[in-house]
Design a protein around this ligand. Structure first.
Ligand SMILES: O=P(O)(O)O[C@H]1O[C@H](CO)[C@@H](O)[C@H]1O
Ligand SMILES: O=c1cc[nH]c(=O)[nH]1
Length: 243
């Protein structure tokens, strides 16, 4: 049953998986939601936590950074562990004046510069989009979110993001053009997640906290805040996981 990257036994991973990029965020999410969870795999130090929330099974594991890393885990979870839905709980950089640090992005779709998506259906520019049922659950949950206590943004947006292969070197003209086309954030995994889920007829969603802003870095979160400031996005992701 084990894969090259996950050592859990059959049945030890829940049908719904929350997937931050950062392994320490995965540990924090598990501790917050499921203090009784079991660690069912820790290959490469990437712990997979499985437990229940409100009586419903849930697993949490990190994707690592970037589409190749996420693609390995998502493929193994869908194909070997029969996972039905993966919800990314990530961070994103704001790239438009319409979004602020502290806002939450429910990623409707993900543009990308990755060749991974072009290879899905040769000759077709595949549209990497989230699962409607999961978006609807996250949007419904967003209506009850409390505001951020310190006034640092906090709006929830349903909008496209761009998933890039590189963290550094965002070309300014490209960022401007993406913003002009309604894109609000840049991150590094959602497009691959949506494409892989679609190719298996499974469900996927990415919910990202805006951790920094490409147009104005004055309110950017510290690395420690990026690890911790996920609770509002987590509320939406959990609603989607158990929709
Ligand atoms: O905070 P996470 O979820 O890792 O997401 C973002 O942060 C990482 C880059 O710093 C990339 O993985 C990007 O997508
Ligand atoms: O990929 C990412 C993630 C967070 N912030 C960025 O600027 N880029």
């Amino acid at each position: 049953m084990a894969t090259p990257h996950i050592s859990a036994a059959a049945g030890q991973i829940a049908p719904a998986v929350l997937m931050p990029g950062d392994p320490r965020r995965a540990d924090r999410i598990a501790a917050l939601l499921m203090p009784e969870a079991s660690v069912v795999s820790e290959v490469r130090g990437n712990r997979v936590h499985t437990g229940t929330v409100n009586g419903q099974p849930l697993s949490v594991m990190a994707s690592g950074m970037g589409m190749p890393s996420l693609a390995i885990y998502a493929t193994e979870l869908f194909d070997v562990y029969d996972v039905q839905r993966i919800i990314r709980v990530g961070t994103a950089g704001g790239l438009s004046p319409d979004v602020a640090v502290g806002d939450v992005l429910i990623a409707l779709g993900a543009h990308t510069d990755s060749a991974m998506i072009d290879r899905l259906i040769p000759g077709i520019h595949f549209s990497a989009v989230a699962s409607y049922e999961l978006i609807a659950a996250a949007v419904t949950a967003s209506h009850d979110l409390p505001p951020l206590p310190d006034g640092r943004g906090g709006s929830v947006h349903v909008a496209p993001v761009v998933s890039r292969d590189g963290f550094y070197g965002n070309p300014p003209a490209e960022i401007e053009a993406l913003a002009a086309h309604g894109t609000l954030g840049v991150e590094m995994e959602a497009a691959a997640l949506y494409g892989i889920a679609a190719s298996r007829r499974r469900q996927a969603l990415a919910v990202c906290t805006v951790s920094d802003h490409l147009l104005d870095g004055s309110a950017d979160l510290s690395p420690e805040q990026r690890e911790k400031d996920f609770e509002r996005a987590l509320t939406l992701a959990l609603a989607a996981a158990h929709a």
